[in-house]
Design a protein around this ligand. Structure first.
Ligand code: PLP
Length: 404
């Protein structure tokens, strides 16, 4: 927008600065998020059904909100310890031992962060030296590659395949390990594919990490949202892995607490201490109100999210069924709240397919290439959306593909 001359004279702007040239050079290699680009087209349009944003459509359960309000009512408005409230860290330690079967001391092996997002950034910045290679499986959460680059690492993607249920196969991982590889990042269940890894795959990955002395950053933010198997298996629970794994988890997804911005990292003390250094100077501590809410979430546990999980399960079955009925191959994801149908047979790029769907039927879904090159030919549909909207969206998609 052109600046008014009154503004210019008030601020004595003589010649505009080239601010781009001032930016850190590694930032220039990072593209804008494909999700953001796409959703800027949708903002402000209330005629659109969105299967786009990876956020629960439920409000945070009442007891959790009430705990936040009670904390404020008690006047708890201060900083906490840099690591987070000890009471919450101890609760997390109990929860993680019960749920993931891995023991961590609340005193010095748990760090409370501003979402898993911050924990991920801290883990990378604590470990990566310039030029270290960080391997991750793709299609993946949009922040992985940029976070690696922002910590001056080299991002190495391993493509996963629909035929393997988008799990990371140990052979594929072995093929990219070099003498510069330092970290393997895992995310099961996966955003955007909903993939879960089998015990066999995790054991194969663990074996390689031990053989090559690698650290694992395991983002298990969707671990409660699994629909087919009884128990979630964390790689940290496998023999020899606790000592080399940073386990990341948080409250955004199962407990529908995205706005509270709360997550945590569990790891051996040396790693937590290193992450804490960055956290204490950059963030200080996670917000105390959110920590009080999180304490209530873990106290209520499964009872607080079970009904949401049942809805997601029904919606997953509905979407996978409808896609396959209309002749679009859609693997049945074991977890999270996304389906990732294969739309390659229509001969359009995933961006063109998604744009066409938006323009002709007012349904927004994210083009698969937003999650890395190997996502091309797919579409991410998030089913954290009410059933009525999902039904209309599927009717619309059926009409749309009829025109292709
Ligand atoms: N990790 C994955 C795989 C995600 O899908 C997301 C959010 O969508 C995050 C991390 C960020 O979570 P948080 O809200 O805890 O920062």
């Amino acid at each position: 927008m052109a600046m008014s001359s009154a503004f210019q004279s008030r601020h004595k702007l003589i010649a505009p600065m080239d601010l781009n040239s001032k930016l850190a050079s590694h930032l220039q290699t990072i593209p804008r998020s494909g999700i953001r680009d796409f959703f800027e087209l949708v903002i402000g349009r209330d005629d659109v059904i969105s299967l786009g944003v990876g956020e629960p459509d439920f409000v945070t359960p009442w007891p959790i909100r009430e705990a936040a309000m009670r904390s404020l009512d008690r006047g708890e408005t201060s900083y906490t310890s840099n690591l987070g409230l000890l009471s919450l860290r101890e609760k997390i330690s109990e929860y993680v031992e019960t749920f993931f079967h891995v023991p961590y001391r609340g005193s010095d092996e748990v760090l409370i962060t501003v979402g898993v997002s911050e924990a991920l950034d801290l883990a990378l910045r604590a470990l990566v030296n310039p030029g270290d290679e960080v391997v991750y499986h793709e299609p993946c959460y949009v922040s992985y590659s940029p976070s690696i680059v922002m910590s001056h690492g080299v991002a190495v993607a391993v493509a996963t395949k629909k035929e393997d249920g988008f799990s990371l196969k140990p052979e594929a991982l072995a093929a990219v390990i070099t003498s510069r590889t330092k970290i393997v990042m895992l995310n099961f269940p996966t955003n955007p594919t909903g993939a879960v890894a089998s015990r066999e795959d995790l054991e194969g990955i663990a074996k390689l990490c031990i053989e090559h002395d690698l650290i694992v950053i395991s983002d298990e933010i969707y671990s409660e949202l699994r629909y087919d198997e009884e128990e979630h298996l964390s790689i940290a629970a496998l023999p020899g892995m606790r000592e080399r794994t940073i386990l990341l988890h948080g409250f955004s997804k199962a407990f529908a607490m995205t706005g509270f911005r709360l997550g945590y990292a569990c790891a051996p003390t040396v790693l937590i201490e290193a992450m804490m250094k960055i956290h204490q100077y950059g963030i200080l501590c996670a917000p105390i109100t959110s920590q009080a809410a999180a304490l209530e979430a873990l106290t209520g546990g499964e009872d607080l999210y079970l009904s949401m999980k049942e809805s997601y399960h029904q919606r997953r079955d509905f979407l996978v069924g409808r896609f396959n009925e209309m002749g679009i191959d859609c693997h049945c994801p074991g977890g999270a709240f996304y389906v990732f149908p294969d739309i390659s047979k229509f001969g359009l790029s995933s961006k063109d397919f998604a744009m066409g769907l938006l323009e002709s039927e007012q349904v927004a879904a994210v083009p698969g290439d937003a999650f890395g090159e190997s996502g091309e030919g797919f579409l991410r549909c998030c089913y954290a959306t009410g059933m009525d909207d999902l039904k209309s969206a599927m009717d619309s998609i059926e009409r749309y593909i009829g025109t292709l």
